[in-house]
Structure formats: structure tokens, C-alpha cells
Design a binder for this molecule. Structure first.
Ligand code: ADP
Ligand code: MG
Length: 213
């Protein structure tokens, strides 16, 4: 992991968000206030605008700068939660460490920080229904002899299942909580956007693994 890899991930994440504008917007219109796509787009553009500043930095500094940028530009409930993720992962990520192990630890700590900040957990119809299963799969696969292609596929599957699981959940956090039963039958927009972003990063990583073969 280095700055050019992380910048590639930022570009891919921005792409996938833009390509899925209609779906993200309509999900948040159904059980939120319709601004989730705009919040995500604002964050992507803000982070891309500092790409050149990120290039010379180490991994920890990059995550920290991304977190601060999101914190100062993205509103809504999701902005501070995404910012928390990046600020927390920056505390763990180091250059020149066992990369997979270090990333899995950082991801888990960052998801725990979202839980604390949002006072939320799995099963409440939020982004955590995607992030927690992915974090758990990473935690159980951070050993030495992990097949990275298999791990990437497993993460994709977890994220998809997590999104679908939100459909039948009763909402107890965020705006959807105010709708109660009426939110049942709808997928959570934050869960969907997290799945799309995770899928985009997995694609970048799969390309790298393919090139190694
Ligand atoms: P807002 O709800 O303020 O309009 P967004 O539309 O950008 O903000 O984000 C909504 C998403 O944020 C929800 O779909 C949900 O996934 C996530 N979310 C909201 N509150 C929480 C929370 N307390 N914990 C975890 N995720 C949350
Ligand atoms: Mg919203």
C-alpha cells in the first residue's frame, strides 16, 4: 500500500458513486432525506482535490488527511462517521509492516470507532450491517498464508449479504428510525454506498493480485 495505490482507490470510489447516483439517491429518498448521494459526491470531490498533497505522504498521514477533509466538507450523519473511519485507521496503519495484518487491525479499529461515534451496532439498519461482517472476515483472515483472491471474494460476498440484510431490518438509528415499520422493505442507503466503495477497492486489489500471477 502506497500513495499511488490509495489515490487509485479514491478515483475508483468516486467513479462507482457517480455510476450509482440514481440508486443511492432513491434509497435515501425512500427512508432518509435524499442527500446521501450528494454527501458522498462532495466528499469524493474534496478528497480528489488534495490528491497532489497526498502523493508524498505516508499511509498514516494520507488516511489522517482524508479524514480531516471529509470532516470539514461532508455533512449529514454519514460525514462524521466516514471521517471517524479514516481518522481512526490512520492511528494504526504503518508503512513497512506486515501489510495485510496491519490493514485488518486498522479496519477493525476504525469500524469500532464508527460504532462508538454512532452509538450503533449490527442489526440497526445502517452502514454497520456491511462494515461489521467485512471487519470480522478480515479479522479471521489476517494470518500469514491467506489466499488474497479468496479473501477479496469473501469480502465482496459479505458486503452484498450485508446490504440485502438491511432490507427487512427494523430501523433503530439514523433518520430511518423515525419511519419505524414503514422503512421495512427498503435497503439502507449508507449500507449500499459502503458496499459499493468496498467493491471498488476490492477491484483495485484484485487487479494487483491478477498481475502477480
Ligand atoms: P443523514 O441521515 O443525516 O441525511 P446521510 O444521508 O449522508 O446522512 O447518511 C445516512 C446513512 O448514515 C444511513 O443510511 C446509515 O447507513 C448511516 N447512519 C446514520 N446514523 C447512523 C449511526 N448512528 N450509526 C451508523 N450509521 C448511521
Ligand atoms: Mg440523508
Amino acid at each position: 500500500m502506497d500513495s499511488s495505490f490509495l489515490i487509485k482507490c479514491i478515483d475508483e470510489v468516486h467513479d462507482v458513486i457517480i455510476k450509482n447516483e440514481k440508486e443511492i439517491e432513491s434509497l435515501d429518498r425512500a427512508i432518509g432525506d435524499g442527500d446521501h448521494f450528494i454527501n458522498l459526491k462532495r466528499g469524493c470531490i474534496a478528497v480528489q482535490s488534495i490528491n497532489n498533497e497526498l502523493l508524498p505522504l505516508n499511509n498514516s498521514q494520507i488516511f489522517q488527511k482524508i479524514g480531516m477533509k471529509i470532516l470539514s466538507t461532508v455533512g449529514g450523519a454519514s460525514g462524521p462517521l466516514f471521517a471517524t473511519f479514516f481518522l481512526e485507521i490512520s492511528k494504526t496503519i504503518k508503512d513497512n509492516e506486515d501489510e495485510l495484518h496491519n490493514f485488518c487491525e486498522g479496519f477493525n479499529q476504525a469500524v469500532n470507532a464508527i460504532k462508538q461515534r454512532g452509538k450503533s451496532d449490527i442489526g440497526q439498519k445502517t452502514m454497520l450491517d456491511v462494515l461489521i461482517p467485512v471487519a470480522e472476515t478480515l479479522k479471521t483472515n489476517m494470518g500469514d498464508n491467506v489466499d488474497r483472491q479468496k479473501l477479496l471474494n469473501a469480502i465482496d460476498v459479505d458486503a452484498h449479504k450485508g446490504v440485502l440484510s438491511t432490507k427487512d431490518l427494523f430501523p433503530t438509528k439514523g433518520r430511518a428510525a423515525g419511519l419505524g415499520e414503514r422503512a421495512i422493505g427498503h435497503i439502507d442507503p449508507g449500507a449500499k454506498s459502503c458496499q459499493l466503495m468496498i467493491n471498488a477497492v476490492c477491484k483495485v486489489l484484485k487487479d494487483i493480485e491478477d498481475k502477480k500471477l
